[in-house]
Design a protein around this ligand. Structure first.
Ligand code: ATP
Ligand code: MG
Length: 776
């Protein structure tokens, strides 16, 4: 019988199978990158649902017919899975009894997809989500116990920042005295430790700054409560409080989530640990997987002790280690192993693969950031030529700002790409405005959003009127919506009665319609009746802004398609909990650009890690602290282990970043990779040699002179050989995209942007000097 089951999970190795079949009690899978931890979670859920306790239930061997059947199945004589399932399954676990926590909503979606492939429709009922989504779902039904309304609004970090600024204004704390960001981060830190404002105050003693922050914290919470709003930390903290204060509620969820699994456990924080402990407290069916070498969120409160102390916290835990890697070549693994071995505080482990050795790590030492970007683009084009795919490539960097030079080059070369990070789509002003309208209609107490849109576009309701509305609303404990409704009753508003009544009627009508119309139609109505769309039309870059709003409509339609019961509140929740890594990869074939932090858990054939300069990666901020340096090294380990086939590391002799020219030395992490694993290509040295060959003595070409020379050489290289001119209608051939016809020519600086309709790949915009074009 065991053999029959093993056959079903035959792709898993021995250790993975052990994790899959250890159904009850606490389990920790502590293992390196690419060793199949996430894969274990998927298979473990499939096992729970298909077979339940089957594996260990020797008491129910079944009839001899059954045993004969198992043997046949194990030996491959039959593939009748349904019979296998019917005869083996003991107490199969129902899908809704499983809670699987992942790091992003996208990862949760992928998990469900893989489960659907194994289980069919049943997979839809598995609760797979992030900590935040899971808690929001619980709070939506239970939060009233804590004195909040069920239709609470979620504030993202931008909203929280506005809120803390308001609160600081109220308490006359200037932004010079205390930076709002710093205050927020201390509040967040306190919340993570479950410290209340009163406790913070008591703890502050005579520390003036701390006392001040505790006051701000208290008022912040008060205002949040009045607005019926929760920030990201509240979502987790309130759920823990709910469970601690109302044991019957906890009991309900313990009965519901009988099997709990957590991916990327090394990056959980204290509140998340509490949640998991509380929820699994009765049945103790908790399985966590993670890699202490990939803990990279300490700066956000992640506590590596959660994973290292698991055996003590969950007595009798079974610990399973996986060492075989299924993702990368041996060379890439050796590189990862050698870098991470420089960390002192770690449990030693080594990854190996039965796969091939693979190519050496490619180190490109560029002249500057443009040269670096050109290398990346050229290499991607070459791989595209071979594979016909862009999406097999990802460019990783330490900071969002670094994407800039790469982006410009990819645009020039006509390479499609997608950036994760930077400005989130939902953070753009026009999108925030529209979602603020939606939020206020959904929650009339949402003062922050009300304030944002009430005079956007102008309705004659300025700051001083707004201040009066806020006072009345606070003193009478009524919503701004109510204040507008009864505005004639309040003397200070007498001059504004018409404007306020008009606004009130508009919002009332929209609130009513929001309950009647399908969401997308409602959005159209809102954009029209509020005058917002018209106001966009008068702005600079109007087209882009309107396009963005249309894009919001698209996400709304997508939401309506996948939600069981689409509601405005549900859509807003999705918007609020959306993280950059959730962005749909779609079927589009694009290169991915992102920070190393957001690459966690992902894999690509070709990985480029740019900016391997000391000061950038590792960041100069961690030069003084051994702990921070170790966290940075773990980040390097994460970066390297994303690569399946080829790893490219690049640095530059000189680079422009944040508007300044820097001269950095090569990253220490680069040097920590054994030189036998690396193939070095020094373009900077090659250029220097060229200069020397041109009869310059080495001493002459130093520092400044060298820079000038290099710049000139580069300019010559980049300049159009012969300014070739193109005209619309001309036929050309591109080395990669094939043949096409020029649609338009737009001169730009000392280059031109060509729009070319290619026969095979459609229309693309390409810079003439960079494109490898031939006239036909
Ligand atoms: P990370 O630490 O980066 O999150 P991980 O340990 O979660 O990695 P997975 O993403 O589960 O690793 O697996 C890495 C790759 O190996 C995936 O492509 C997966 O399909 C493959 N894989 C996992 N287990 C096996 C196996 N037993 N046989 C073949 N391939 C496997
Ligand atoms: Mg994983």
């Amino acid at each position: 019988k065991q053999a029959a089951l093993k056959k079903y999970f035959s792709r898993m190795n021995e250790m993975q199978q052990e994790a899959v079949f250890t159904v009850n009690g606490p389990v920790l899978v502590l293992a390196g990158a690419g060793s199949g931890k996430t894969t274990v979670i998927v298979n473990r859920i499939a096992n729970l649902i298909n077979f339940g306790n089957a594996y260990f239930d020797t008491s129910r061997e079944g009839s001899s017919d059954d045993i004969a059947f198992f043997r046949d199945y194990a030996e491959g004589k039959t593939d009748d899975f349904d019979t296998l399932r019917d005869t083996v399954a003991v107490d199969p676990v129902r899908p809704w009894n499983i809670l699987a926590i992942t790091f992003t909503n996208k990862a949760a979606g992928e998990l469900k997809e893989r489960l659907s492939a194994m289980l069919g429709e049943e997979a839809l009922n598995i609760h797979a989500s992030t900590f935040h989504s899971a808690c929001v779902r619980i709070l939506r039904s239970e939060i009233e116990a804590l004195g909040y309304g069920k239709d609470f609004t979620i504030y993202d970090s931008d909203d929280s920042q506005r809120m803390i600024k308001n609160v600081m204004g109220e308490l006359d704390v200037s932004e010079k005295q205390l930076a709002p960001k710093a205050v927020l981060s201390e509040i967040s830190f306190a919340k993570d430790k479950m410290i209340t404002p009163a406790e913070m105050r008591a703890d502050a003693g005579q520390d003036y700054r701390k006392k001040m922050i505790s006051k701000l914290y208290a008022l912040y919470q008060e205002r949040m409560r009045a607005a019926n709003a929760l920030d990201f930390d509240d979502i987790l903290v309130f759920t823990v409080e709910l469970f601690e204060q109302f044991p019957e509620v906890l009991e309900k969820y313990r009965n519901r989530f009988r099997y709990i699994m957590v991916d990327e456990y090394q990056d959980t924080n204290h509140v998340q640990f509490k949640l998991v402990s509380l929820l699994s407290g009765g049945h103790r069916n908790l399985c966590v997987v993670g890699d202490d070498d990939q803990s990279i969120y300490k700066f956000r409160g992640a506590n590596i002790e959660n994973i290292l102390g698991f055996e003590e916290q969950f007595e009798g835990a079974k610990v399973i280690r996986l060492e075989q890697n299924y993702r990368s070549t041996q060379t890439i693994l050796n590189a990862a192993n050698s870098v991470i071995s420089h960390n002192n505080s770690r449990k030693p482990k080594t990854l190996w693969t039965s796969g091939e050795q693979g190519d050496k790590v490619y180190w490109y030492k560029a002249v500057d950031e443009t040269d670096e970007a050109k290398f990346v683009a050229d290499t991607i084009l070459a791989s595209y030529k071979e594979t016909g795919k862009y999406s097999a490539n990802a460019v990783l960097y330490r900071m969002n700002a670094q994407s800039n030079s790469i982006e410009r080059m990819l645009v020039k070369c006509g390479i499609p790409y997608r950036v994760y990070g930077g400005m989130r789509f939902y953070d753009r002003k026009e999108i925030k405005d529209v979602t603020s309208y939606l939020s206020f209609i959904n929650n009339h107490n949402d003062m922050l959003r009300f304030r944002r849109i009430i005079n956007e576009p102008k309705r004659g309701i300025g700051d001083s009127t707004l201040a009066v509305i806020e006072d009345i609303s606070r003193d009478l404990k009524i919503s701004p919506f109510e204040v507008m409704k009864n505005c004639e009753e309040y003397a200070p508003l007498s001059k504004k009665v018409t404007a306020l009544k008009n606004a009130y009627q508009m919002f009332e009508m929209l609130t009513e319609k929001s309950e009647e119309l399908p969401l997308d139609e409602f959005l159209d109505l809102l954009l029209d009746k509020t005058g917002y769309l018209d106001s966009l039309k008068t702005l600079e870059n109007a087209d882009t802004k309107i396009e963005n709003v249309q894009e919001l409509r698209t996400s709304m339609v997508q939401y309506m398609e996948q939600a069981e019961e689409p509601t405005l509140g549900g859509f807003l929740e999705e918007v609020a909990l959306y993280t950059e890594a959730d962005r749909d990869d779609g079927s589009d074939d694009k290169v991915t650009l992102m920070t190393i932090h957001s690459a966690k858990g992902l894999e690509y054939d070709n990985i480029f890690v740019i900016g391997m300069d000391d000061g950038i990666f590792p960041s100069s901020r961690c030069f003084d602290s051994e702990d921070d340096m170790e966290e940075e090294r773990r980040l390097a380990y994460v970066a390297i282990t994303r690569a399946k086939k080829r790893l490219y590391l690049t640095n530059a002799r000189q680079r422009m970043l944040f508007g300044q020219t820097q001269h950095n030395v090569t990253s220490r992490f680069m040097k920590e990779i054994g030189s036998e694993l690396v193939e070095k290509h020094d373009n900077a040295a090659a250029l220097k040699q060229q200069l020397e060959a041109a009869d310059k003595s080495v001493t002459e070409v130093r520092s400044a002179t060298l820079q000038q020379q290099l710049a000139r050489t580069k300019k010559a290289a980049a300049a159009p050989k012969e300014a070739i001119t193109y005209t619309p209608g001309e036929k050309v051939s591109h080395s990669i995209f094939g043949e096409g016809v020029i649609v338009s020519v737009k001169p730009m600086a000392n280059d031109s942007m060509l729009e070319i309709a290619f026969d095979k790949v459609g229309t693309k915009k390409i810079m003439a000097n960079y494109a490898k074009l031939k006239k036909l």
